[in-house]
Write a protein that binds this ligand. Structure first.
Ligand code: PLP
Length: 399
C-alpha cells in the first residue's frame, strides 16, 4: 500500500480568514502599520469577574477531568440562559458542552449525518460550514441569497431546494459575514418548511448578544413544539463575552442527539477545559454589565463604519444589524484598473489593499460570494477610521 493520505482531509480548504489575519500579523511584526479588518474576535479583554472565576477554579484544584459532555453546574447555567434569553426549554441531559462553537458544530454533524446526506447552507455563509459538513460525510448544498433579499434565505427558496436527500439546514442569525438578523416572521416561515419537509435545522446563534438598533434575537427552536424537536441550537461564549481563547461552545438538542454527541466527544477530546467551564458558569450566570458595554462600543463603530461606507463611491452595503461585520459589494471595483491592470477578483483586491495600502480585508469567495468583502469592526474606532481612509484612497486611485 502506497503512503497515500486521506482524500477527505485533502478535500478540506484551509481557512482563508486565518491566512489573511496571519499575513496582517506578519506585516505588523515587520513594523508596518497595518489596519486589520479581518478580526473575527472582540478586541476587548475577558471581563475580570470571569477571569477571577477561572483563577479560583485553579486554586480550588478544579483541574481534573470532568464528565465528557461537561459539568452539571454549567449545564444548568446553560439551561437557565436558554430559558431566559432564548425562550427555549432544555434539561441538562439535552446539553453538550464542547471545545468551542466550531467543535459543537462538528459534533452535531457527526451525530446526525450519514454519507451522502445533504445539508442546505444559505450563502453568504461562515466559511467553515461546508468543510465541517464534508468532514462528517455530508454534501453541502449552497443556496445563494442575494443582496435584494438582504442576503437572507426565504422559506420559498428552502422549500424549492429540499430533496429527499436533504437532512438539515444551517441557519445563522445574527449572521457572519453579513451582519443580518432574521426576524420572527422570517424564521416562522422557514420553520414551517423545516417541519413540513421533516428536516433538522442547525441554528448557529453564536452572535446572539450582539444585536443593535432595536432588532431582536429570536431562536427558531422557540417557535413551536414541532420546530423545537427538529432544532439543534448552538452557541458559545467566544463572541459575546470576549472569550475566544477559552474554547467553550454548547448545544441544546433532543436528549437522543445530545447522547450521541456526548459519546463521540468522549472518544475524541473528552471534556472541554475544566477551568474554562467554571469561567463560563460565571460568564452566563454572573453580572452582564460588561456585555452591554462591549455591545455599545460595537454599535458606535458599526454606525460610524456604515455611514462612511455609504458615502464611498462604487461600493454598496446593507446596514448590518448584528455581530461585528460589514459585508460589502465590491463588484464595481472588480471592473476597474489598478496600476494599468484590471482588479478582476476579490482575492487580488485584498492583495492590493494589504500590500499597497496596508489594510487587511476578508475576500468573501470562501463565504460563497466572490464579489464581496467583509470588514470587521471588532477593532478600535481610530483604527476603523484610518483603515476606511485608506480604502477610500484606494477606490479613488482606481481608473
Ligand atoms: N459560528 C460562527 C458564525 C462563527 O463566526 C464562529 C467563529 O468565528 C463560530 C461559530 C465558532 O466560534 P468558536 O469556535 O470560536 O466558539
Amino acid at each position: 500500500m502506497a503512503l497515500t493520505l486521506s482524500k477527505k482531509a485533502q478535500a478540506v480548504k484551509p481557512s482563508s480568514t486565518l491566512a489573511i489575519t496571519a499575513k496582517a500579523k506578519e506585516l505588523k511584526a515587520q513594523g508596518i502599520d497595518v489596519v486589520g479588518f479581518g478580526a473575527g474576535e472582540p478586541d476587548f479583554n475577558t471581563p475580570e469577574n470571569i477571569n477571577n472565576a477561572a483563577i479560583k477554579a485553579i486554586h480550588d484544584g478544579f483541574t481534573k477531568y470532568t464528565p465528557a459532555s461537561g459539568i452539571d453546574e454549567l449545564k444548568k447555567a446553560i439551561c437557565d440562559k436558554f430559558a431566559n434569553f432564548n425562550k427555549l426549554q432544555y434539561q441538562p441531559n439535552q446539553i453538550v458542552i464542547s471545545n468551542g462553537g466550531k467543535h459543537s458544530l462538528t459534533n452535531i454533524f457527526t451525530a446526525i449525518l450519514n454519507p451522502g446526506d445533504e445539508v442546505i447552507i444559505p450563502a453568504p455563509f461562515w466559511l467553515s460550514y461546508p468543510e465541517i459538513v464534508k468532514l462528517a460525510d455530508g454534501v453541502p448544498v449552497i443556496l445563494r441569497c442575494e443582496k435584494s433579499q438582504n442576503y437572507k434565505l426565504t422559506a420559498k427558496q428552502l422549500e424549492e431546494a429540499c430533496t429527499e436527500k436533504t437532512k438539515a439546514l444551517i441557519l445563522n442569525t445574527p449572521n457572519n459575514p453579513t451582519g443580518m438578523v432574521y426576524s420572527r416572521e422570517e424564521l416562522q416561515a422557514i420553520a414551517d418548511v423545516v417541519v413540513k419537509k421533516d428536516i433538522y435545522v442547525v441554528s448557529d446563534e453564536m452572535y446572539e448578544n450582539l444585536i443593535y438598533g432595536g432588532a431582536e434575537h429570536v431562536s427558531i427552536g422557540s417557535l413551536g413544539e414541532e420546530i423545537y424537536k427538529r432544532t439543534i441550537t448552538c452557541s458559545g461564549v467566544a463572541k459575546s463575552y470576549a472569550m475566544t481563547g477559552w474554547r467553550i461552545g454548547y448545544t441544546g438538542s433532543s436528549a437522543e442527539i445530545a447522547k450521541l454527541m456526548g459519546s463521540v466527544q468522549s472518544h475524541q477530546t473528552s471534556n472541554p477545559n475544566s477551568i474554562a467551564q467554571k469561567a463560563t458558569v460565571e460568564a452566563l450566570s454572573g453580572p452582564q454589565v460588561t456585555v452591554g458595554i462591549m455591545k455599545n462600543e460595537f454599535n458606535k463603530r458599526r454606525q460610524y463604519m456604515y455611514e462612511r461606507l455609504c458615502k464611498m463611491p462604487l461600493i454598496d452595503s446593507v446596514e448590518p444589524k448584528g455581530a461585528f461585520y460589514s459585508f460589502i459589494d465590491v463588484s464595481k471595483l472588480l471592473d476597474k484598473s489598478y496600476k494599468g491592470e484590471k482588479v478582476e477578483t476579490v482575492g487580488k483586491l485584498a492583495d492590493i489593499l494589504i500590500e499597497d495600502y496596508n489594510v487587511a480585508v476578508i475576500p468573501c469567495g470562501d463565504f460563497g460570494f466572490d464579489d464581496h468583502i467583509r470588514l470587521s469592526y471588532a477593532i478600535s474606532l481610530e483604527q476603523i477610521q484610518k483603515g476606511l481612509d485608506r480604502i477610500e484612497r484606494f477606490i479613488n486611485d482606481l481608473a
